[in-house]
Write a protein that binds this ligand. Sequence first.
Ligand code: ADP
Ligand code: MG
Ligand code: MG
Length: 210
Amino acid sequence: MTINSAIVIDIIKSIAKTLAENKEYLTELDSAIGDADHGINMDRGFNTVLTKLPSLEGKDIGTILKTVGMTLVSTVGGASGPLYGTAFMRAGQAVAGKNEIDEKDILTIFEAALQGIKERGKAVAGEKTMIDALEPALKSYRDAVDNNIGLAEALNRAVDAAKEGMEYTKNIIATKGRASYLGERSIGHQDPGATSSYLLLQAAARVVNS
Ligand code: ADP
Ligand code: MG
Ligand code: MG
């Protein structure tokens, strides 16, 4: 199975819709251990991305993803803007010039995106961030691709792993970002960024499965 530029645009629309629907939820999570703006930040960023989509029709996937990244960097304040922005920009670089991508290309995208987040945020798994959803998701996705499971099912497994990772963030202490100011008091709360990462993957998988 392959994904073309039009499907990538559908995926971005799906992500924007999901983040809009979860704006209050994400902000509520951030109000417990941050500054109550994560849903607002993500929704603002992807709303601006939506306005750019008409000009991206017919463009290659690398250009589309790079534009999403640059838009997020310039419109989303806070930690999540540069982090998700870097992820999408790196993803775009990884498939520069391509009009069609397969599950292996998506693995390359996923690896580049997560690497970008880790470098930009100087964080690793276990610090109660979006990485705790994304890293297990990447591992599950890679295992599924190695086993020739097929793109749609591979993405579903990634979503399941992201959900588990997101839930696990409740049990750990934040050592990066605003939540780290709370130290042990961050325990018991689910990380907003891990939650938006899960939602983002779920929105992408939904399009591929439809
Ligand atoms: P801010 O904390 O600046 O208000 P957001 O609320 O939009 O930004 O995003 C917060 C999320 O960003 C956190 O829940 C966490 O998942 C993620 N985050 C914060 N710092 C880092 C980091 N250094 N590396 C990876 N993710 C991070
Ligand atoms: Mg915040
Ligand atoms: Mg903020």
